[in-house]
Design a protein around this ligand. Sequence first.
Ligand code: FMN
Length: 318
Amino acid sequence: MNYWTPQNKPLKLPMVCAPLFIVSGPDLVIAQCKAGVVGSMPALNARTPDIFDEWLTRIERELSEHDAEHPDHPSAPYAVNLIVHKSNQILEAQLEVCVRHKVPVIITSLGARPEVNAEIHSYGGVVLHDVVNLIHARKAVERGADGLIAVAAGAGGHAGALSPFALIQEIRDWWDGPLLLSGAISTGQAVLSAQLMGADLAYCGSCFIPAEEASAVPDYKQMILDATSADIIYTDKVSGTPANFLRQSLQRVGIDLGGDRPEADYGDLLGSAKAWRDIWSAGHGVGAIRNAATVAEIVDKFASEYRAALSRAGRLAA
Ligand SMILES: Cc1cc2nc3c(=O)[nH]c(=O)nc-3n(C[C@H](O)[C@H](O)[C@H](O)COP(=O)(O)O)c2cc1C
């Protein structure tokens, strides 16, 4: 293993499973970590800091039971996503829970806050900050992030607009610390490609939405299994920030993007439909997600594709 991992822990695959609003909870995180990849969830998915506290207690208990039973393939570290923007009014309470549990990896998004980073560093935690451009990347490092997550075009959720090739290269020009890449990474070949481009780890979200352990509703899971990249709409009209959504989920709430109205003012059309809950997000990588499966099966598939890609790289180099 010649790439950075949190706390130098070995991973089955160079992968961090991205936090998914509404979709990821303790079941998903536990399954991901047991499968040997870093599992994560947004703290906001727990309705209150007390529930968040209970979730972390359960995650730690089940992972340490797993480690005692399987010393030969221990679980990977887990991560929590904190929205550090001022609009998150329970950030302080969430942070207190994280510090008490010594959460190994914190993924910060929407702003970089030195005082938040300092609290996480106080117990030896690692902070990864997600960025969509160089300005945010430099600011995150100046403010004390330990690593960067480059969110490129085609990612699920609030995606960037830059090609992963450009984004990774321009960050690697000046940053040799931990670097993750996200955006449409739905195969083991893509994981290896991310590493060949200069990333340490791949950061994958959409491919876990249909997982058995994920909390997405069945219709959302099926929509992802049926979709291709042509079904992904990049727009700021749903949540106020540019993000990728499934066309069929917009149609489901009565918003038809057909014809000559690609930039319709959905605001008027949304009614009571809510982004994320009723209008579903996914990235360009949906075309490679075809079967309902458990997390362990998904990670196994990635791992065998990754091994095949490594041998192909070996043949190309020969
Ligand atoms: C349904 C959904 C919800 C998401 N929620 C969050 C979130 O709460 N916090 C966050 O930092 N990123 C969130 N993201 C972005 C992911 O963490 C990650 O950047 C993205 O899924 C990676 O791209 P991929 O889906 O193409 O693999 C979300 C993405 C999706 C698809």
